[in-house]
Design a protein around this ligand. Sequence first.
Ligand SMILES: Nc1nc2c(c(=O)[nH]1)N[C@H]1C(S)=C(S)[C@@H](COP(=O)(O)OP(=O)(O)OC[C@H]3O[C@@H](n4cnc5c(=O)[nH]c(N)nc54)[C@H](O)[C@@H]3O)O[C@H]1N2
Ligand SMILES: Nc1nc2c(c(=O)[nH]1)N[C@H]1C(S)=C(S)[C@@H](COP(=O)(O)OP(=O)(O)OC[C@H]3O[C@@H](n4cnc5c(=O)[nH]c(N)nc54)[C@H](O)[C@@H]3O)O[C@H]1N2
Ligand code: SF4
Ligand SMILES: [Mo]
Length: 702
Amino acid sequence: MKALNVIHAACPHDCPDTCAIAVTVDGNGPERRAIKVEGSAEHADTAGFLCAKVSKYLERVYDPRRVLYPLRRIGQKGEAKFARITWDEAIADITSRWKTLIERYGPTCILPYSYAGTMGLVQGQGMDRRFFHYLGASQLARTICATAGAAGYKATIGASIGIEARHFAEAKLILIWGSNPVTSNVHLWRYVLEAKKRGARVVTIDPYRTRTAAASDEHLAIIPGTDAALALAMMRVIVDAGWHDTDYVDRYTLGFDALRERLESYAPSTVAPIVGLDEAAIVRLAREYAQTQPSAIRVNYGLQRHAGGGMAVRAIACLPALVGAWRHPAGGILLSTSGTFPLNYAALERPDWIPPGTRTINMTRLGEALTNRDEAGRPAGFDPPVMGLYVYNSNPAAIAPDQNQVLAGLRREDLFTVVHEQFFTDTTDYADIVLPATTQLEHMDIVKPYGHLSLMFNEPAIAPLGEAKSNSDVFRLLAQAMGYEEPALYESDEQLIRAVLDVRHPWMEGITFERLRAEGHVRLNVPTPFAPFAEGGFFTPSGKCEFYSESLSRQGLDPLPTYLPPRENRLSNPERAAIYPLALISPPAHNFLNSTFVNQDSLRRVEKEPIVELHPTDALPRGILDGQMVRVFNDRGEFQVRARLSERIRPGVAYAPGIWWAKFSPDGRNVNAVTGQALTDLGAGATFYDALVDIEPLERCP
Ligand SMILES: Nc1nc2c(c(=O)[nH]1)N[C@H]1C(S)=C(S)[C@@H](COP(=O)(O)OP(=O)(O)OC[C@H]3O[C@@H](n4cnc5c(=O)[nH]c(N)nc54)[C@H](O)[C@@H]3O)O[C@H]1N2
Ligand SMILES: Nc1nc2c(c(=O)[nH]1)N[C@H]1C(S)=C(S)[C@@H](COP(=O)(O)OP(=O)(O)OC[C@H]3O[C@@H](n4cnc5c(=O)[nH]c(N)nc54)[C@H](O)[C@@H]3O)O[C@H]1N2
Ligand code: SF4
Ligand SMILES: [Mo]
């Protein structure tokens, strides 16, 4: 008799959908194997299907090329030559090196580097935080993805709370703004299709004709980084025509008169050449937005990765309050649902252990931190220098901007680098010690989504493969070898989950460890239907939607929404554009998840190879033919890819989907060789898509 069982898992990846996964296992104990993963039909938002990537998760789990044992470097940094060692040796090596470094430089010479390899609260921000807080390591500002928009949204709405995904199905007009849900949020797209079936119109605002744009009723190909100007021009049209909801504005917003004055500078005729759209298209969009209810905006990350990314989200987030869209559950805006979960992060992470005055290093500027040089090559003043780097849940050699500087830092002989990984990535190539990590099927966790409203439980389905250990297990071993006696550093994964759930809040009532484990997923007790701001109640200091923000003003920032142009753009920086005329964007490839899955053969075969798409009018004068190898370059670096000519991209913009591993790229570099470390206006976020380049053929055609 076979012992087939179905286990509740949750997708760990950095994707808003956080799917409920049903894992079928065969057998028991260490021999138990996972034989099938499926989307759970019981979870309303997962709706019984997984994306193309995670449907193949078992290939990842059982890939023979996984890191399965601890290893020590025996070659040069970057060579990826290692010898197997035991866990005891690895832990002793790491902690003895750290103790020596701490004695000489103090604990902040150690820098943890992690992002969203797993979004689980235990494995992503649990024991790791406790351990490094206790040790007194440098704090890492985790800015690589979402902080610009989060800050802009917070200044306006007060917290990352918005329309519940399922209500998109009832909207009559949907604006998909700087987002590509067919690729990056496919379970939301299902609701958009449902709305379309019921007659809704869908408009996508994106410089590139993505799968989403192509499936929309209208596509507005905006110039990258100019979205705030478009939103402000829409507001100008709406207010001039008196189409705003004066009752909603009077009761639930702050600063309308100041906003109206600000809009003086954003006439559609002024904005049209900035955003690269016809004046008539702007007016039409504004009219349609004001006159169609309920209207839902899906704003996402594409438009944040520019100098003014925070203000762009802030300007767009003003729109629903102006027209009173929030009155209906299907009206308003959705950036992220993460602020809807009232969890006890202080109990989970123990920020009270951070020694006062500990410095914070911005993860987007890793190159600068590791080389102790700024972008211009001047001393950057990190004192003490970063001497120990511990990487987990991230692949900075591939994903961090200004790759050449990052790699120069990782190559430093005197930098002691530990990388805890599932696979031999671009980053493990530079490690002194590589540690084997478990996958989601091998450890326990709960996952808080940012696209829906259920907490998700992940039961370990199988025993760890080889000698793999979970992040939390490794930190317990490190704590022991460091000689730490604090009992909270040894709590179990279950205790960590109980700690984060320990809150008194009506939305969390009855959501216990036992219930999550038994049911696999539990929706927050928010009112149904969820219309969070139908009668105001914003989470800002004033309780209103803040067109005018006193808190931004106190930080010396513009209190009103404004357009801050990209740093690298034809109009804002004509000198640079004369040398590097093309604006390069590098959004996610359909079959990868950031740099995860690039090494999975079945998925890489679909993506084939790294490419850059450019418009024929940009390709022809450069002598670039379809299919030819080209060099994409600026003063930060260069990478080689195959050119694809296409009218999907607007002229003047180039599109290089990511994030390829350097080792699968023709010249050992990827798109981040040309991106920069400059930060966004709000939230100190990354500006990956604010990068001017030029492109030339590698070999001229005869
Ligand atoms: N398949 C897949 N899914 C993913 C990921 C993945 O790598 N692959 N990554 C996950 C992660 S970490 C994230 S953060 C999200 C990202 O998911 P999205 O928010 O969808 O982010 P991007 O794809 O970066 O950008 C969305 C779109 O914005 C466009 N864009 C670029 N610049 C601008 C601009 O200035 N204005 C406007 N209006 N549009 C612009 C891009 O062309 C792109 O099509 O997806 C998650 N889901
Ligand atoms: N040019 C360009 N660069 C970008 C972006 C872009 O759009 N364009 N997008 C940016 C964005 S939005 C993001 S979010 C970042 C993403 O950057 P990262 O968060 O670094 O994401 P991944 O590339 O997916 O790498 C995650 C790594 O964690 C590992 N991992 C998974 N689970 C575990 C675990 O349990 N334990 C340990 N120890 N390791 C684990 C995986 O094997 C994988 O190698 O990249 C950014 N970089
Ligand atoms: S990556 Fe996103 S869509 Fe795919 S299974 Fe995970 S949560 Fe679902
Ligand atoms: Mo991200």
